[in-house]
Ligand binder design. Structure first.
Ligand SMILES: [Zn+2]
Length: 323
């Protein structure tokens, strides 16, 4: 019997219901509740996802105001995501300016920036909770109901959103419908084939419901009429993903349970810093380890990125003219 608010689902990539447990975890970031979530791997195709997961009514509880930073002023909002937006915009430098659709556009910062640069940018946001801070053209709701003409966009972007989406295949179908033939789809997602995702359980469960690899995302794109053109694993949009790796390693060697490490490191205050506790005691040596880690992380990231083992991957793909 499933607890209320949970649903079990079939694999979004191959439809199979046969899975193997990979790990269990809790919402250590916002501590909304104490529920254990199972992350499973499809035995048919290898897709990794949360199952059972909160159903679509219940998942909203896990997106609180802290997640949306709903109270920030426009200036503060823009400043807080400036580097990220510049990193995203750099991905579009290689394309001529045209009509752009950003799926999961949050508070509209990116489309505001792109409109300033001369693009004709629009957005879709699944939740009506993030405020439209810059008065942009944003449709709130299911992408299937958005009032945009078919084949009317040159580029569609999905930045750090696809891992949150409940039906990734549906979103790709809709992106395909809205893109002109030959148009570009850019998706940035966490890479499950990475040190932070595999060993440090870096994914933000239960908000991240699907954990893609280049293989599983590539297959989904191919099936929905897209040809992948380039895969990149740079941490230019979300930097420093291996930060905390040494801290993690030392605690594991000291016998600290996985759940305790996650609980220490992933609470809101410690999202970007790491706990100095081992077995509940403050250890000065952990401060030194963290200092070294700050130096080490960008170097390790660059190495892993070259091997396509970085935590963040970005794929540029093209809508095929023929099916
Ligand atoms: Zn599958």
């Amino acid at each position: 019997m499933l607890a209320p608010g949970l649903e079990t689902i079939a694999c979004n990539l191959c439809g199979s219901r046969s899975t193997k447990l990979v790990f269990t975890t809790k919402d250590y970031r916002f501590l909304v509740d104490d529920r254990d979530f199972s992350v499973v791997r499809c035995t048919g195709c290898g897709l990794v996802y949360v199952n059972p997961r909160p159903d679509e009514r219940d998942i909203h509880r896990y997106y609180n105001n802290e997640f949306y930073n709903a109270d920030e002023s426009p200036a503060k909002a823009l400043a807080s995501v400036k580097d990220r937006i510049l990193g995203m915009a750099a991905h579009l430098d290689r394309y001529p300016k045209g009509r752009l659709l950003d799926i999961g556009c949050y508070r509209g910062e990116f489309i505001y920036h792109m409109n300033e640069l001369g693009w004709d940018a629009h957005g879709i946001e699944f939740s009506s909770r993030p405020p439209n801070l810059f008065g942009q053209s944003i449709f709130y709701g299911d992408i299937a109901n958005a009032p945009f003409a078919e084949q009317s966009f040159d580029v569609v972007t999905i930045w750090a959103v696809f891992e949150h989406v409940y039906d990734p295949r549906h979103v790709l179908k809709q992106a395909h419908r809205l893109l002109r033939p030959g148009g570009t789809l850019i998706i940035l997602v966490p890479n499950y084939n990475s040190l932070p995702a595999r060993f440090m359980y870096h994914d933000d469960v239960p908000r991240h419901v699907t954990m893609f690899t280049p293989k599983t995302l590539g297959q989904l794109l191919e099936q929905e009429g897209f040809t992948a053109k380039s895969w990149e694993c740079g941490q230019d949009v979300y930097g420093g993903s291996t930060r905390g790796w040494l801290n993690f390693l030392v605690k594991r060697l000291a016998g600290e349970p996985m759940g305790d490490i996650q609980a220490q490191n992933r609470s809101v205050e410690r999202w970007h810093e790491f706990s100095r506790c081992i077995a509940g005691k403050e250890r000065p040596i952990m401060k030194k380890i963290d200092d070294f880690d700050i130096w080490l992380a960008p170097r390790l990231d660059r190495l892993l990125d070259r091997l396509m083992l970085g935590f963040i991957m970005t794929v540029h793909s093209q809508k095929r003219v023929a099916p």
